[in-house]
Design a protein around this ligand. Structure first.
Ligand code: SF4
Length: 296
């Protein structure tokens, strides 16, 4: 690992991310490895519908959805109450948050994520704007707004508008790219959306602001991705950089919780290190590593 790469500390709460909290429908706090602190998640897909069908997805689709509707006012009310719990430290008296070390008790971000692709939510632009207003009203300019996305909808004007709102409010876009080639993309993300749509969206978004690229590599039937696939993945990122696109960092992680498909398992630490080393050698950007449970 080079000096420019970081390996975050890992605690039990990092490996258990229920998207439910008390009576909340949409908002849930987690201790996030990637955030290195508290991330308040806003689940904009309570219906559990996603336009990807990733073979590693950890969303529990065997149990039925609590609701199919996204209620903006309820989101804001749950979010305000959860922010207050974190800021007052009351959260860390709750049983599942009692042992969180002090450095991880800071509120790092509000993250739009959840049980599907958040940008497909009907009022996504309005919700992002209202959350930004709430964050500002609470004096939380140091807290980021993070969009965790598969980048499939960036070309839609309302989504693009929401990205602009994020830019003006300490936003970061954490965009998924799990493959370097169309066949591997189809095997892993199992979407009808063409690979080139995602690549074009990433290119265009990266021309406007730096992106964080999030990549999950895994074993499928015991096999890690090939060196050729990782090379192609690096080529896709270098294509973005060559066009003047901005990439802040690349997060490479593996399966941390039970995936949807049994043939999927976590990379070992040496496998993830080999891939991260290959990426770090070929793409001139910070590479962060997030190991699976066996390595922790
Ligand atoms: S994009 Fe996320 S929510 Fe959708 S299937 Fe993939 S991992 Fe699951």
């Amino acid at each position: 690992m080079s000096a420019s790469e970081k390996e975050p500390i890992v605690i039990d709460q990092h490996l258990d991310h229920p998207r439910t909290f008390r009576d909340n429908t949409y908002v849930y706090p987690v201790i996030s490895r990637r955030s290195r602190g508290v991330s308040i998640g806003v689940n904009l897909n309570p219906d559990k519908i996603c336009n990807f069908d990733c073979i590693y997805c950890q969303v529990d689709r065997k149990t039925s959805a609590v609701t199919r509707f996204v209620d903006t006012e309820m989101i804001l009310s749950e979010l305000a109450a959860t922010i207050d719990m974190v800021e007052s430290k009351q959260l860390f008296h709750e049983p599942e948050f009692q042992n969180v070390p002090e450095p991880l008790q800071r509120l790092n971000d509000i993250a739009f994520s959840g049980d599907g692709e958040p940008t497909t939510a009907r009022d996504f632009d309005v919700i992002v704007k209202r959350v930004a207003e709430l964050k500002k009203a609470k004096g939380l300019d140091h807290v980021k707004m993070v969009l965790i996305t598969n980048a499939t909808m960036f070309h839609r004007p309302k989504v693009n508008e929401a990205l602009t709102t994020l830019d003006a409010n300490q936003g970061e876009i954490w965009a998924k790219l799990d493959a370097g080639t169309e066949p591997y993309y189809k095997q892993i993300d199992k979407s009808l959306i063409p690979f080139h749509r995602i690549l074009t969206n990433l290119h265009e978004a990266a021309l406007v602001r730096p992106l964080v690229i999030q990549t999950l590599f895994m074993r499928v039937d015991g096999q890690a991705p090939s060196e050729a696939e990782i090379d192609a993945f690096c080529d896709r990122l270098n294509d973005i950089l060559a066009d003047g696109g901005q990439i802040d960092r690349i997060q490479i992680y593996t399966v941390a919780r039970r995936p949807a498909v049994e043939s999927v398992s976590a990379l070992t630490k040496p496998e993830l290190d080999r891939i991260a080393d290959q990426v770090a050698q070929k793409v001139p950007r910070l590479v962060e590593r997030f190991y699976g449970p066996e390595a922790i």
